[in-house]
Design a protein around this ligand. Structure first.
Ligand SMILES: [Zn+2]
Length: 56
């Protein structure tokens, strides 16, 4: 079941076996999307920004 990217409205297909809280990338805009719901009505939302850690 595809859902829609909240950033660019592209159709995003969750890979089979995708689980809650998994991070996937939008195929159109490469935004990192956190999976909020799976099943018949999957939902994604932009993943929280990851703090850059350059390992100084
Ligand atoms: Zn997108």
């Amino acid at each position: 079941m595809p859902t829609v990217c909240p950033t660019c409205d592209a159709q995003v297909v969750l890979p089979a076996g995708t689980e809650l809280s998994e991070i996937i990338s939008c195929p159109e805009c490469q935004t990192q999307l956190a999976v909020k719901a799976v099943g018949d009505e999957p939902q994604v939302e932009p993943a929280p920004a990851i703090e850059e850690d350059w390992g100084e």
